[in-house]
Design a protein around this ligand. Structure first.
Ligand code: GLP
Length: 242
């Protein structure tokens, strides 16, 4: 595991953007695993800027996102599809058919999970996966529990997760109770992973993730055994680690 200490949020975003930029330059057919949330939003800004500067070409890149809320239309401003379109997809030359997220309005959510898992496999797996970290240690929407779930699956969101994400909605009641997420096996199958963490409110959980016991009650702790993990975190997030 490599830990990169960034001075602040902007530097964390720049360093992470540079890692993704290097991947796109190195292999123009890369499969990028993408994440949503406040932590990673500027990473997309960095990539969009490099595209605008003529440095990057996404025309052969495939993207697969970690997760999506169940029950939200892709045009809903809080759906993860909308976030991705708004912050990234519409700003670069990705082909829309090459951008993939679970479909939160699927009638049969279990079948949608199986379809998504097959899709990841059919793309040959993920070359570089971007991750944020939930305050409870979740990655994607893999919530703490007694077991690690391997494949893409439906989850009941923890109340704490709904409360944390309520800042993006009008009120807590509007935050969906269910989501579809890549499983721990799908994430760990990525050839390279970058975990992005910012802010002192994540310091305690980041310490547990990186140096505590590997346990499904801290889902991100499984990352300790990934063979190519880079953690890009700001000083506040790293304040409990030496
Ligand atoms: C959400 C997403 C995660 C993300 C996490 C952290 O729940 N499903 O993929 O990593 O929140 O979000 P933030 O970066 O806004 O703290």
């Amino acid at each position: 595991m490599k830990v990169i200490r960034a001075k602040n949020f902007d530097e964390m975003s720049q360093i992470t953007g540079d890692i993704f930029s290097a991947q796109v330059k190195e292999d123009k057919h890369s499969v990028l695993g993408l994440a949503t949330g406040g932590t990673v939003v500027k990473v997309y800004g960095v990539l969009a800027q490099e595209y605008a500067n003529g440095i990057l070409d996404f025309s052969h890149i495939q993207t697969v996102n970690l997760d999506e809320y169940a029950g939200l239309d892709p045009t809903h401003p809080q759906s993860y599809r909308y976030y991705m379109e708004d912050n990234f997809f519409k700003k670069v030359n990705l082909k829309s058919e090459n951008t993939h997220l679970p479909f939160g309005l699927a009638h049969d959510l279990e079948e949608e999970c199986r379809r998504y898992e097959r899709l990841i496999k059919s793309l040959g797996g993920i070359d570089l996966q971007l991750l944020g970290l939930g305050k409870n240690g979740h990655i994607g929407f893999n919530e703490p529990g007694p077991t690690f779930v391997k494949d893409t699956h439906c989850v009941e969101l923890e109340e704490g997760t709904r409360i944390a994400n309520a800042r993006f909605f009008d009120c807590l009641e509007d935050v969906p109770r269910k989501a579809i997420t890549m499983g721990i096996g799908s994430i760990m199958g990525a050839k390279k992973i970058v975990l992005c963490v910012s802010g002192s409110e994540k310091a305690e959980i980041l310490k547990a993730v990186l140096s505590g016991p590997i346990t499904p009650f801290v889902p991100g702790s499984i990352l300790q055994i990934h063979s190519d993990l880079t953690v890009v975190a700001d000083e506040e997030a790293l304040e409990m680690l030496n």
